[in-house]
Design a binder for this molecule. Structure first.
Ligand code: ADP
Length: 504
Protein backbone atom coordinates (compact mmCIF):
# COMPACT_ATOMS: atom_id res chain seq x y z
CA UNK A 1 0.00 0.00 0.00
CA UNK A 2 2.95 2.27 -0.55
CA UNK A 3 1.90 3.96 -3.80
CA UNK A 4 0.54 7.41 -3.21
CA UNK A 5 -1.71 9.54 -5.38
CA UNK A 6 -2.81 13.11 -4.67
CA UNK A 7 -6.59 13.31 -4.89
CA UNK A 8 -6.93 15.87 -2.15
CA UNK A 9 -9.60 17.78 -4.10
CA UNK A 10 -12.07 14.86 -3.88
CA UNK A 11 -11.77 14.30 -0.19
CA UNK A 12 -15.01 15.17 1.61
CA UNK A 13 -14.72 16.84 5.01
CA UNK A 14 -17.90 15.45 6.52
CA UNK A 15 -17.39 13.45 9.70
CA UNK A 16 -18.98 10.12 10.68
CA UNK A 17 -21.27 9.79 13.65
CA UNK A 18 -19.02 7.40 15.62
CA UNK A 19 -21.79 6.15 17.87
CA UNK A 20 -23.55 4.50 14.90
CA UNK A 21 -20.56 2.48 13.76
CA UNK A 22 -20.54 -0.48 16.14
CA UNK A 23 -24.16 -1.20 15.28
CA UNK A 24 -23.65 -0.79 11.58
CA UNK A 25 -20.44 -2.82 11.32
CA UNK A 26 -21.21 -5.33 14.05
CA UNK A 27 -23.33 -7.40 11.67
CA UNK A 28 -20.56 -7.39 9.02
CA UNK A 29 -18.03 -8.30 11.68
CA UNK A 30 -20.01 -11.33 12.80
CA UNK A 31 -20.24 -12.45 9.17
CA UNK A 32 -16.49 -12.13 8.71
CA UNK A 33 -15.53 -13.68 12.02
CA UNK A 34 -15.52 -17.24 10.74
CA UNK A 35 -12.99 -16.25 8.06
CA UNK A 36 -10.76 -14.49 10.60
CA UNK A 37 -10.84 -11.41 8.34
CA UNK A 38 -10.05 -7.93 9.61
CA UNK A 39 -12.63 -5.18 9.51
CA UNK A 40 -11.74 -1.55 10.08
CA UNK A 41 -13.38 1.78 9.52
CA UNK A 42 -11.67 5.13 9.13
CA UNK A 43 -13.13 8.60 9.11
CA UNK A 44 -12.43 11.36 6.58
CA UNK A 45 -9.10 12.09 8.28
CA UNK A 46 -8.16 8.42 8.15
CA UNK A 47 -8.51 7.95 11.88
CA UNK A 48 -9.55 4.53 13.03
CA UNK A 49 -13.13 4.41 14.14
CA UNK A 50 -13.65 0.64 14.09
CA UNK A 51 -11.13 -2.18 14.65
CA UNK A 52 -12.38 -5.73 15.01
CA UNK A 53 -10.84 -8.82 16.62
CA UNK A 54 -9.64 -10.15 13.26
CA UNK A 55 -7.63 -6.95 12.79
CA UNK A 56 -6.13 -7.35 16.26
CA UNK A 57 -4.76 -10.72 15.21
CA UNK A 58 -3.55 -9.57 11.80
CA UNK A 59 -1.81 -6.37 12.96
CA UNK A 60 -0.95 -7.52 16.47
CA UNK A 61 -2.53 -4.34 17.91
CA UNK A 62 -5.59 -4.06 20.12
CA UNK A 63 -8.52 -1.75 19.40
CA UNK A 64 -7.45 0.40 22.38
CA UNK A 65 -4.07 0.99 20.78
CA UNK A 66 -5.44 2.25 17.47
CA UNK A 67 -8.90 3.73 17.93
CA UNK A 68 -8.94 7.45 17.20
CA UNK A 69 -5.38 7.44 15.88
CA UNK A 70 -4.52 8.25 12.27
CA UNK A 71 -3.65 5.35 9.98
CA UNK A 72 -0.29 6.90 9.10
CA UNK A 73 0.64 7.17 12.80
CA UNK A 74 -0.18 3.53 13.42
CA UNK A 75 1.33 2.31 10.13
CA UNK A 76 3.98 4.80 9.05
CA UNK A 77 4.67 2.84 5.86
CA UNK A 78 1.25 3.84 4.52
CA UNK A 79 2.15 7.48 3.95
CA UNK A 80 -0.22 10.47 4.10
CA UNK A 81 -2.04 9.71 0.86
CA UNK A 82 -2.42 5.96 0.72
CA UNK A 83 -3.95 5.46 -2.72
CA UNK A 84 -6.65 2.90 -1.87
CA UNK A 85 -7.93 4.89 1.12
CA UNK A 86 -7.93 8.07 -0.93
CA UNK A 87 -9.81 6.45 -3.79
CA UNK A 88 -12.37 4.87 -1.46
CA UNK A 89 -12.89 8.23 0.22
CA UNK A 90 -13.49 9.65 -3.24
CA UNK A 91 -16.39 7.20 -3.60
CA UNK A 92 -14.73 4.24 -5.33
CA UNK A 93 -14.70 0.62 -4.20
CA UNK A 94 -11.16 -0.62 -4.50
CA UNK A 95 -9.54 -4.04 -4.22
CA UNK A 96 -5.87 -4.16 -3.31
CA UNK A 97 -4.47 -7.61 -3.99
CA UNK A 98 -1.41 -9.14 -2.37
CA UNK A 99 -0.22 -5.98 -0.71
CA UNK A 100 2.97 -6.16 1.33
CA UNK A 101 2.70 -4.67 4.77
CA UNK A 102 5.19 -4.42 7.54
CA UNK A 103 4.48 -5.89 10.92
CA UNK A 104 6.63 -5.62 13.97
CA UNK A 105 8.47 -8.87 13.48
CA UNK A 106 8.37 -9.42 9.70
CA UNK A 107 6.64 -8.57 6.45
CA UNK A 108 3.19 -9.88 5.71
CA UNK A 109 0.85 -9.97 2.75
CA UNK A 110 -2.80 -9.10 2.61
CA UNK A 111 -5.75 -8.55 0.32
CA UNK A 112 -7.70 -5.38 1.13
CA UNK A 113 -11.18 -4.29 0.02
CA UNK A 114 -11.84 -0.59 0.48
CA UNK A 115 -15.39 0.71 0.34
CA UNK A 116 -16.65 4.25 0.83
CA UNK A 117 -18.80 4.62 3.97
CA UNK A 118 -21.78 6.91 3.45
CA UNK A 119 -24.15 8.70 5.79
CA UNK A 120 -27.90 8.50 5.38
CA UNK A 121 -27.80 11.23 2.74
CA UNK A 122 -25.31 9.25 0.66
CA UNK A 123 -22.33 11.44 1.42
CA UNK A 124 -18.99 9.65 1.83
CA UNK A 125 -17.95 10.14 5.45
CA UNK A 126 -15.24 7.49 5.75
CA UNK A 127 -13.83 4.22 4.50
CA UNK A 128 -14.53 0.64 5.53
CA UNK A 129 -11.83 -1.95 4.83
CA UNK A 130 -12.03 -5.71 4.87
CA UNK A 131 -8.59 -7.22 5.24
CA UNK A 132 -7.55 -10.85 4.53
CA UNK A 133 -4.18 -11.95 5.84
CA UNK A 134 -2.34 -13.97 3.20
CA UNK A 135 0.96 -14.26 5.05
CA UNK A 136 0.59 -17.92 5.99
CA UNK A 137 -0.63 -18.83 2.51
CA UNK A 138 2.21 -16.89 0.86
CA UNK A 139 4.70 -18.56 3.19
CA UNK A 140 3.32 -21.97 2.30
CA UNK A 141 3.62 -21.10 -1.40
CA UNK A 142 7.19 -19.96 -0.89
CA UNK A 143 8.00 -23.13 1.02
CA UNK A 144 6.48 -25.20 -1.76
CA UNK A 145 8.56 -23.29 -4.31
CA UNK A 146 11.62 -23.86 -2.15
CA UNK A 147 10.82 -27.57 -1.83
CA UNK A 148 10.43 -27.79 -5.60
CA UNK A 149 13.71 -25.97 -6.17
CA UNK A 150 15.43 -28.25 -3.68
CA UNK A 151 13.97 -31.32 -5.41
CA UNK A 152 15.11 -29.99 -8.80
CA UNK A 153 18.65 -29.40 -7.46
CA UNK A 154 18.80 -32.82 -5.87
CA UNK A 155 17.36 -34.49 -8.95
CA UNK A 156 19.85 -32.75 -11.24
CA UNK A 157 22.78 -33.67 -9.04
CA UNK A 158 21.68 -37.31 -8.69
CA UNK A 159 23.89 -39.85 -10.48
CA UNK A 160 20.78 -41.67 -11.74
CA UNK A 161 18.49 -40.69 -14.59
CA UNK A 162 15.13 -39.49 -13.27
CA UNK A 163 11.82 -38.92 -14.97
CA UNK A 164 8.32 -38.00 -13.84
CA UNK A 165 4.98 -38.47 -15.51
CA UNK A 166 1.57 -36.93 -14.90
CA UNK A 167 -1.70 -38.78 -14.20
CA UNK A 168 -2.32 -38.92 -17.97
CA UNK A 169 0.92 -40.88 -18.42
CA UNK A 170 2.82 -38.13 -20.25
CA UNK A 171 6.30 -37.33 -18.98
CA UNK A 172 6.90 -33.76 -17.90
CA UNK A 173 10.16 -33.98 -16.01
CA UNK A 174 13.63 -35.34 -16.81
CA UNK A 175 16.59 -34.49 -14.62
CA UNK A 176 19.88 -33.10 -15.93
CA UNK A 177 21.55 -36.53 -15.78
CA UNK A 178 18.89 -37.88 -18.16
CA UNK A 179 19.28 -34.94 -20.54
CA UNK A 180 23.09 -35.23 -20.41
CA UNK A 181 22.83 -38.97 -21.09
CA UNK A 182 20.56 -38.68 -24.12
CA UNK A 183 22.03 -35.35 -25.28
CA UNK A 184 18.50 -34.07 -25.91
CA UNK A 185 16.51 -31.14 -24.56
CA UNK A 186 13.58 -31.24 -22.17
CA UNK A 187 11.34 -30.24 -25.10
CA UNK A 188 12.62 -33.23 -27.13
CA UNK A 189 11.86 -35.66 -24.30
CA UNK A 190 8.58 -34.05 -23.18
CA UNK A 191 5.36 -36.11 -23.34
CA UNK A 192 6.31 -39.29 -25.20
CA UNK A 193 9.35 -37.80 -26.96
CA UNK A 194 11.65 -39.89 -24.73
CA UNK A 195 10.38 -43.09 -26.38
CA UNK A 196 12.28 -42.14 -29.57
CA UNK A 197 15.53 -43.06 -27.77
CA UNK A 198 14.47 -46.62 -26.95
CA UNK A 199 15.85 -49.43 -29.10
CA UNK A 200 13.15 -50.59 -31.51
CA UNK A 201 13.51 -54.21 -30.33
CA UNK A 202 12.71 -53.18 -26.74
CA UNK A 203 10.11 -50.55 -27.52
CA UNK A 204 6.88 -52.59 -27.51
CA UNK A 205 7.84 -54.57 -24.40
CA UNK A 206 8.61 -51.32 -22.58
CA UNK A 207 5.37 -49.68 -23.57
CA UNK A 208 3.34 -52.75 -22.53
CA UNK A 209 5.09 -52.90 -19.15
CA UNK A 210 4.63 -49.17 -18.56
CA UNK A 211 0.96 -49.04 -19.58
CA UNK A 212 0.01 -52.17 -17.62
CA UNK A 213 1.76 -51.00 -14.45
CA UNK A 214 0.39 -47.48 -14.93
CA UNK A 215 -3.20 -48.63 -15.19
CA UNK A 216 -2.81 -50.85 -12.13
CA UNK A 217 -0.80 -48.14 -10.27
CA UNK A 218 1.88 -50.75 -9.62
CA UNK A 219 5.62 -50.39 -9.11
CA UNK A 220 7.42 -51.67 -12.20
CA UNK A 221 10.92 -52.53 -13.29
CA UNK A 222 12.09 -52.94 -16.86
CA UNK A 223 15.31 -53.22 -18.78
CA UNK A 224 15.76 -51.65 -22.19
CA UNK A 225 18.38 -50.14 -24.42
CA UNK A 226 18.42 -46.35 -24.51
CA UNK A 227 20.40 -44.36 -27.06
CA UNK A 228 23.18 -42.36 -25.44
CA UNK A 229 24.28 -38.95 -26.78
CA UNK A 230 27.12 -40.63 -28.72
CA UNK A 231 24.68 -42.95 -30.52
CA UNK A 232 25.59 -46.04 -28.48
CA UNK A 233 22.67 -48.00 -27.05
CA UNK A 234 23.18 -48.67 -23.34
CA UNK A 235 21.21 -51.12 -21.19
CA UNK A 236 19.09 -49.26 -18.65
CA UNK A 237 17.31 -50.59 -15.58
CA UNK A 238 14.25 -48.41 -15.05
CA UNK A 239 12.19 -48.56 -11.87
CA UNK A 240 8.91 -46.64 -11.77
CA UNK A 241 6.83 -45.89 -8.68
CA UNK A 242 3.37 -44.29 -8.52
CA UNK A 243 3.22 -40.83 -6.92
CA UNK A 244 0.38 -39.58 -4.75
CA UNK A 245 -0.54 -36.10 -3.52
CA UNK A 246 -0.90 -35.50 0.25
CA UNK A 247 -4.65 -36.00 -0.09
CA UNK A 248 -4.01 -39.45 -1.56
CA UNK A 249 -4.92 -38.83 -5.18
CA UNK A 250 -2.78 -40.35 -7.94
CA UNK A 251 -0.29 -37.84 -9.36
CA UNK A 252 1.58 -39.90 -11.96
CA UNK A 253 4.85 -41.82 -11.76
CA UNK A 254 8.42 -41.13 -10.80
CA UNK A 255 11.14 -43.31 -12.25
CA UNK A 256 14.86 -43.76 -11.73
CA UNK A 257 17.20 -45.42 -14.20
CA UNK A 258 20.73 -46.75 -13.98
CA UNK A 259 23.10 -47.83 -16.73
CA UNK A 260 23.58 -51.58 -16.30
CA UNK A 261 25.50 -52.24 -19.52
CA UNK A 262 28.74 -53.12 -17.71
CA UNK A 263 26.88 -55.27 -15.20
CA UNK A 264 25.10 -57.11 -18.01
CA UNK A 265 28.41 -57.69 -19.81
CA UNK A 266 29.96 -59.04 -16.62
CA UNK A 267 26.96 -61.29 -16.07
CA UNK A 268 27.43 -62.58 -19.62
CA UNK A 269 31.11 -63.21 -18.99
CA UNK A 270 30.30 -64.95 -15.74
CA UNK A 271 27.73 -67.16 -17.45
CA UNK A 272 30.26 -67.99 -20.15
CA UNK A 273 32.88 -68.80 -17.50
CA UNK A 274 30.45 -71.18 -15.78
CA UNK A 275 29.58 -72.78 -19.14
CA UNK A 276 33.29 -73.11 -19.99
CA UNK A 277 33.96 -74.69 -16.62
CA UNK A 278 31.16 -77.22 -17.10
CA UNK A 279 32.35 -78.02 -20.64
CA UNK A 280 35.87 -78.33 -19.32
CA UNK A 281 34.84 -80.73 -16.56
CA UNK A 282 33.07 -83.00 -19.00
CA UNK A 283 36.01 -82.90 -21.45
CA UNK A 284 38.47 -83.45 -18.59
CA UNK A 285 36.66 -86.50 -17.26
CA UNK A 286 36.42 -87.88 -20.79
CA UNK A 287 40.10 -87.21 -21.48
CA UNK A 288 41.19 -88.85 -18.25
CA UNK A 289 39.01 -91.88 -18.86
CA UNK A 290 40.47 -92.61 -22.33
CA UNK A 291 44.06 -93.48 -21.23
CA UNK A 292 42.70 -95.26 -18.16
CA UNK A 293 40.57 -97.52 -20.34
CA UNK A 294 43.53 -98.26 -22.62
CA UNK A 295 45.69 -98.88 -19.57
CA UNK A 296 43.26 -101.30 -17.97
CA UNK A 297 42.83 -103.19 -21.29
CA UNK A 298 46.58 -103.41 -21.68
CA UNK A 299 47.02 -104.73 -18.14
CA UNK A 300 44.38 -107.43 -18.80
CA UNK A 301 46.25 -108.33 -21.98
CA UNK A 302 49.54 -108.42 -20.04
CA UNK A 303 47.97 -110.75 -17.47
CA UNK A 304 46.85 -113.06 -20.26
CA UNK A 305 50.35 -112.88 -21.75
CA UNK A 306 51.84 -113.88 -18.40
CA UNK A 307 49.57 -116.95 -18.44
CA UNK A 308 50.74 -117.77 -21.98
CA UNK A 309 54.37 -117.37 -20.88
CA UNK A 310 53.90 -120.03 -18.20
CA UNK A 311 52.49 -122.28 -20.93
CA UNK A 312 55.48 -121.35 -23.13
CA UNK A 313 53.35 -119.98 -26.00
CA UNK A 314 54.08 -116.27 -25.62
CA UNK A 315 55.13 -114.39 -28.78
CA UNK A 316 58.51 -112.74 -28.35
CA UNK A 317 58.45 -109.04 -27.50
CA UNK A 318 54.76 -109.09 -26.45
CA UNK A 319 55.45 -108.24 -22.79
CA UNK A 320 57.83 -105.43 -23.70
CA UNK A 321 55.29 -103.92 -26.14
CA UNK A 322 52.53 -104.15 -23.49
CA UNK A 323 54.72 -102.47 -20.88
CA UNK A 324 55.54 -99.70 -23.36
CA UNK A 325 51.86 -99.08 -24.14
CA UNK A 326 51.06 -99.00 -20.40
CA UNK A 327 53.91 -96.59 -19.79
CA UNK A 328 52.71 -94.31 -22.63
CA UNK A 329 49.22 -94.19 -21.18
CA UNK A 330 50.56 -93.48 -17.70
CA UNK A 331 52.69 -90.65 -19.15
CA UNK A 332 49.64 -89.29 -20.91
CA UNK A 333 47.69 -89.41 -17.64
CA UNK A 334 50.53 -87.63 -15.82
CA UNK A 335 50.56 -84.96 -18.53
CA UNK A 336 46.81 -84.43 -18.28
CA UNK A 337 46.89 -84.23 -14.51
CA UNK A 338 49.85 -81.81 -14.71
CA UNK A 339 47.89 -79.65 -17.13
CA UNK A 340 44.92 -79.62 -14.75
CA UNK A 341 47.17 -78.73 -11.83
CA UNK A 342 48.65 -75.90 -13.87
CA UNK A 343 45.18 -74.52 -14.49
CA UNK A 344 44.51 -74.30 -10.77
CA UNK A 345 48.02 -72.89 -10.13
CA UNK A 346 47.50 -70.20 -12.76
CA UNK A 347 43.99 -69.38 -11.58
CA UNK A 348 45.23 -68.82 -8.04
CA UNK A 349 48.40 -66.99 -9.15
CA UNK A 350 50.64 -69.76 -7.78
CA UNK A 351 52.69 -70.34 -10.94
CA UNK A 352 56.25 -69.85 -9.72
CA UNK A 353 59.23 -69.39 -12.02
CA UNK A 354 62.57 -70.61 -10.63
CA UNK A 355 65.31 -69.46 -13.00
CA UNK A 356 68.72 -71.08 -13.52
CA UNK A 357 71.26 -70.18 -16.20
CA UNK A 358 71.30 -72.53 -19.21
CA UNK A 359 71.58 -72.68 -22.99
CA UNK A 360 68.16 -72.88 -24.66
CA UNK A 361 69.67 -74.98 -27.48
CA UNK A 362 70.64 -77.68 -24.94
CA UNK A 363 67.11 -77.80 -23.61
CA UNK A 364 65.60 -78.00 -27.12
CA UNK A 365 67.86 -80.94 -28.02
CA UNK A 366 66.99 -82.70 -24.78
CA UNK A 367 63.24 -82.33 -25.35
CA UNK A 368 63.66 -83.57 -28.94
CA UNK A 369 65.43 -86.68 -27.63
CA UNK A 370 62.88 -87.30 -24.92
CA UNK A 371 59.98 -87.05 -27.37
CA UNK A 372 61.65 -89.21 -30.04
CA UNK A 373 59.35 -92.22 -29.38
CA UNK A 374 56.23 -90.06 -29.83
CA UNK A 375 57.76 -88.41 -32.91
CA UNK A 376 58.40 -91.83 -34.41
CA UNK A 377 54.92 -92.99 -33.47
CA UNK A 378 53.42 -90.01 -35.32
CA UNK A 379 55.57 -90.75 -38.36
CA UNK A 380 57.18 -87.34 -38.19
CA UNK A 381 60.80 -86.29 -38.68
CA UNK A 382 62.16 -83.65 -36.33
CA UNK A 383 65.15 -81.48 -37.09
CA UNK A 384 66.86 -79.07 -34.69
CA UNK A 385 68.95 -76.14 -35.86
CA UNK A 386 70.84 -74.30 -33.13
CA UNK A 387 73.97 -72.79 -34.64
CA UNK A 388 75.06 -70.72 -31.61
CA UNK A 389 74.43 -70.90 -27.87
CA UNK A 390 71.58 -68.81 -26.48
CA UNK A 391 72.22 -68.61 -22.76
CA UNK A 392 69.76 -67.00 -20.39
CA UNK A 393 68.24 -67.30 -16.96
CA UNK A 394 64.95 -69.19 -17.16
CA UNK A 395 62.98 -71.90 -15.38
CA UNK A 396 64.27 -75.11 -17.00
CA UNK A 397 61.23 -77.25 -16.23
CA UNK A 398 58.68 -74.61 -17.26
CA UNK A 399 60.43 -73.80 -20.55
CA UNK A 400 60.73 -77.53 -21.17
CA UNK A 401 56.95 -77.72 -20.70
CA UNK A 402 56.43 -74.99 -23.32
CA UNK A 403 58.67 -76.71 -25.89
CA UNK A 404 57.12 -80.15 -25.25
CA UNK A 405 53.68 -78.64 -25.68
CA UNK A 406 54.53 -77.02 -29.01
CA UNK A 407 56.13 -80.23 -30.32
CA UNK A 408 53.16 -82.33 -29.12
CA UNK A 409 50.80 -79.98 -30.97
CA UNK A 410 52.95 -80.19 -34.11
CA UNK A 411 52.67 -83.99 -33.91
CA UNK A 412 48.93 -83.89 -33.21
CA UNK A 413 48.03 -81.39 -35.93
CA UNK A 414 50.59 -82.49 -38.53
CA UNK A 415 51.12 -86.26 -38.25
CA UNK A 416 53.46 -87.78 -40.84
CA UNK A 417 54.90 -84.34 -41.69
CA UNK A 418 58.32 -82.89 -40.83
CA UNK A 419 58.85 -80.63 -37.83
CA UNK A 420 61.64 -78.06 -37.78
CA UNK A 421 62.96 -76.48 -34.61
CA UNK A 422 65.49 -73.69 -34.48
CA UNK A 423 67.09 -71.56 -31.78
CA UNK A 424 68.56 -68.18 -32.64
CA UNK A 425 69.87 -65.20 -30.71
CA UNK A 426 68.25 -61.85 -31.32
CA UNK A 427 69.44 -58.53 -29.86
CA UNK A 428 67.80 -58.91 -26.50
CA UNK A 429 66.27 -62.33 -26.55
CA UNK A 430 66.61 -65.96 -27.46
CA UNK A 431 64.16 -67.06 -30.14
CA UNK A 432 62.72 -70.54 -30.53
CA UNK A 433 60.74 -71.51 -33.63
CA UNK A 434 58.67 -74.70 -33.94
CA UNK A 435 57.51 -75.16 -37.52
CA UNK A 436 55.15 -77.86 -38.76
CA UNK A 437 53.47 -78.61 -42.09
CA UNK A 438 50.13 -79.64 -40.59
CA UNK A 439 46.55 -78.37 -40.84
CA UNK A 440 47.40 -74.71 -40.07
CA UNK A 441 45.21 -72.17 -38.28
CA UNK A 442 42.74 -69.71 -39.84
CA UNK A 443 43.64 -66.01 -39.35
CA UNK A 444 40.55 -65.32 -37.22
CA UNK A 445 41.55 -68.09 -34.77
CA UNK A 446 45.21 -67.17 -34.39
CA UNK A 447 44.75 -64.82 -31.44
CA UNK A 448 42.08 -66.65 -29.49
CA UNK A 449 43.87 -70.04 -29.37
CA UNK A 450 46.18 -68.56 -26.71
CA UNK A 451 43.18 -68.10 -24.41
CA UNK A 452 41.86 -70.60 -21.92
CA UNK A 453 39.68 -73.41 -23.37
CA UNK A 454 39.89 -71.92 -26.87
CA UNK A 455 40.21 -74.46 -29.65
CA UNK A 456 40.01 -74.12 -33.43
CA UNK A 457 39.38 -77.79 -34.20
CA UNK A 458 36.42 -80.06 -33.48
CA UNK A 459 36.69 -82.33 -30.44
CA UNK A 460 35.57 -85.29 -32.59
CA UNK A 461 38.74 -85.00 -34.72
CA UNK A 462 41.40 -83.87 -32.24
CA UNK A 463 41.37 -84.51 -28.50
CA UNK A 464 42.48 -81.78 -26.10
CA UNK A 465 41.53 -79.30 -23.36
CA UNK A 466 42.37 -76.10 -25.20
CA UNK A 467 44.76 -75.33 -22.36
CA UNK A 468 48.26 -76.09 -23.67
CA UNK A 469 48.85 -72.80 -25.51
CA UNK A 470 47.26 -70.78 -22.71
CA UNK A 471 49.60 -72.37 -20.16
CA UNK A 472 52.55 -71.91 -22.56
CA UNK A 473 51.73 -68.23 -22.94
CA UNK A 474 51.38 -67.73 -19.17
CA UNK A 475 54.79 -69.34 -18.63
CA UNK A 476 56.45 -67.26 -21.36
CA UNK A 477 54.84 -64.05 -20.08
CA UNK A 478 55.98 -64.89 -16.52
CA UNK A 479 59.53 -64.88 -17.97
CA UNK A 480 58.93 -61.47 -19.57
CA UNK A 481 58.81 -63.03 -23.05
CA UNK A 482 56.23 -63.48 -25.80
CA UNK A 483 54.65 -66.21 -27.94
CA UNK A 484 53.19 -65.74 -31.44
CA UNK A 485 52.00 -67.85 -34.31
CA UNK A 486 52.48 -67.48 -38.01
CA UNK A 487 50.19 -69.83 -39.89
CA UNK A 488 48.23 -70.50 -43.03
CA UNK A 489 45.29 -72.85 -43.15
CA UNK A 490 46.27 -76.18 -44.76
CA UNK A 491 49.96 -75.22 -44.99
CA UNK A 492 51.26 -75.50 -41.42
CA UNK A 493 52.15 -73.28 -38.52
CA UNK A 494 55.21 -71.73 -36.93
CA UNK A 495 55.10 -70.94 -33.23
CA UNK A 496 57.67 -68.35 -32.18
CA UNK A 497 58.74 -68.04 -28.53
CA UNK A 498 60.95 -65.14 -27.44
CA UNK A 499 62.62 -65.21 -24.02
CA UNK A 500 64.61 -62.22 -22.76
CA UNK A 501 68.36 -62.85 -22.39
CA UNK A 502 68.47 -60.64 -19.29
CA UNK A 503 66.47 -61.83 -16.29
CA UNK A 504 62.91 -60.41 -16.34
P1 ADP B 1 44.53 -78.41 -27.48
O1 ADP B 1 45.55 -78.81 -28.48
O2 ADP B 1 44.45 -79.32 -26.31
O3 ADP B 1 43.20 -78.14 -28.11
P2 ADP B 1 46.09 -75.99 -27.20
O4 ADP B 1 45.91 -74.86 -26.26
O5 ADP B 1 47.43 -76.62 -27.24
O6 ADP B 1 44.95 -77.01 -26.86
O7 ADP B 1 45.74 -75.46 -28.64
C1 ADP B 1 44.62 -74.69 -28.85
C2 ADP B 1 44.12 -74.83 -30.28
O8 ADP B 1 45.07 -74.25 -31.17
C3 ADP B 1 43.98 -76.24 -30.74
O9 ADP B 1 42.72 -76.79 -30.37
C4 ADP B 1 44.14 -76.12 -32.24
O10 ADP B 1 42.91 -75.70 -32.82
C5 ADP B 1 45.12 -74.97 -32.37
N1 ADP B 1 46.52 -75.42 -32.57
C6 ADP B 1 47.50 -75.48 -31.65
N2 ADP B 1 48.67 -75.90 -32.19
C7 ADP B 1 48.41 -76.12 -33.49
C8 ADP B 1 49.20 -76.54 -34.61
N3 ADP B 1 50.50 -76.83 -34.49
N4 ADP B 1 48.59 -76.62 -35.82
C9 ADP B 1 47.28 -76.31 -35.97
N5 ADP B 1 46.48 -75.90 -34.95
C10 ADP B 1 47.04 -75.81 -33.74
Amino acid sequence: MKTKVRVEAHRPRRQLDATRLPTMLGFADSLLRSEGAGLVALDGDFRFTFWNGGMERIAGLSADQVMGRRAIDVFPFLGEQEVHLVRALAGETVAAKRQRFTRAERDGFLDGYFTPFRDEKGNVVGVVCVIHDLTAQKLAEEQLGETERRFQNMADAAPVLLWMSEPDGLCTFFNQSWLDFTGRTLEDEWGVGWAAGIHFEDFQRCMDTYVMAFNARRVFEMEYRLRRHDGEYRWILDRGTPRYTPDGSFAGYIGSCIDITDRKRMEGELRKAVRDRDDFLSIASHELRTPLTTLSLEIQRLKRSLGKRSQGILKSGRLERGAEIAENQINRLIMLVEELLDVSRLASGRLRVEPTVFDLSDLVREVANRLQPSIDAAGCALSVEAPAPAVGSWDWLRVEQVIANLVSNALKYGPGKPIEMSVTRETECACLRVKDYGIGIAPQDQRRIFHRFERAVPMSHYRGFGLGLWIAREIVVAHGGSIDVDSELGRGSTFIVRLPLRAA
